[in-house]
Design a protein around this ligand. Structure first.
Ligand code: GLN
Length: 275
């Protein structure tokens, strides 16, 4: 069995299973198993693969056929130019969240403290800490598994970040920040049952935003002012149809200057609110 036949056979199986990007996924899986970059592998598609390599490949292929996300098998996802370790304890970082993080980094340049609520893999908080090393960045998650992943990523990437375990602001009682950022769970509970097969394997806790999807926004809007310094700012990622609703919540909570920003698909995806 050589890479050419194996990749072709695997791509056909992935295609049958309804996997969105079958050829690319099979090439990346084999690159991961052999430790050779996908493009490098393409230059030598004929040398037979040894049995140990094949056995490891088949084990991962079986999992991918059960729609385990590729990133959980490769244990990595690139975000803001850094490679983050991921496993099934955390949501896989999404490209639209990079835009939110870019906005936050621009805001943080003029500020000194930041809080990442529901930090998951730590991708937002760690990227901020790396981009603005003078800032003091804190991150909170309810999940101890997620915090372990954040700690691992912070260590591997050399980011200085303070972690807290607990339920939103309960974890940082008495502390105030210049900037609060969050990509909280925001999918309505009912919708969580009909997500793409891969997304269904991500932690429910990272996706389910309660009956209407707004549970976390209500709690953040209500409690954020007491955890912000005078010129504080809140940056939130929101679901595709939630921007106006979240902006209203922030307005009712006393935020004055509120803006909505689109993602690269033109979906209103971010709400930025200043006190
Ligand atoms: N953006 C995620 C998705 O596409 C949802 C993440 C979240 O709930 N914060 O499913």
């Amino acid at each position: 069995m050589n890479p050419q036949i194996l990749i072709r056979e695997t791509a056909a199986l992935f295609h049958e299973a309804g996997i969105p990007d079958p050829a690319w996924d099979s090439a990346l899986l084999l690159a991961h198993i052999t430790g050779r970059p996908a493009l490098n592998l393409r230059l030598d598609m004929d040398t037979p693969l040894d049995n140990a390599t094949l056995a490891r490949f088949y084990a991962l292929r079986d999992q991918r056929l059960r729609r385990v996300p590729l990133q959980y098998l490769l244990h990595e996802q690139s975000f803001m130019g850094h490679t983050f370790y991921v496993d099934d304890r955390v949501l896989i970082p999404r490209p639209e969240t990079e835009l939110l993080t870019e906005l936050a980094i621009a805001e943080l340049q003029q500020r000194s403290t930041a809080l990442d609520l529901c930090c998951g893999s730590g991708c937002i908080g760690i990227s901020m800490a790396l981009a603005v090393p003078s800032a003091e960045v804190h991150a909170v998650d309810l999940s101890t598994g997620a915090l372990e992943v954040t700690r691992r990523n912070a260590g591997a990437l050399g980011a200085k970040i303070t972690l807290h375990q607990g339920d939103l602001f309960a974890a940082v009682e008495g502390l105030r920040f210049d900037l609060i950022i969050s990509n909280p769970p925001y999918i309505p509970t009912e919708d969580c049952r009909v997500l793409q097969a891969e997304v269904m394997q991500e932690p429910d806790m990272a996706l389910d935003g309660g009956a209407d999807g707004y549970d976390f926004y209500r709690r953040i809007a209500q409690a954020a002012p007491a955890h912000l310094t005078g010129s504080g700012v809140v940056l939130l990622e929101v679901g595709y149809d939630q921007a106006e609703g979240v902006a209203d919540l922030m307005r009712s909570a006393g935020f004055r200057e509120i803006s909505i920003h689109n993602d690269l698909q033109g979906i209103p995806r971010m709400v930025v609110a200043h006190l």
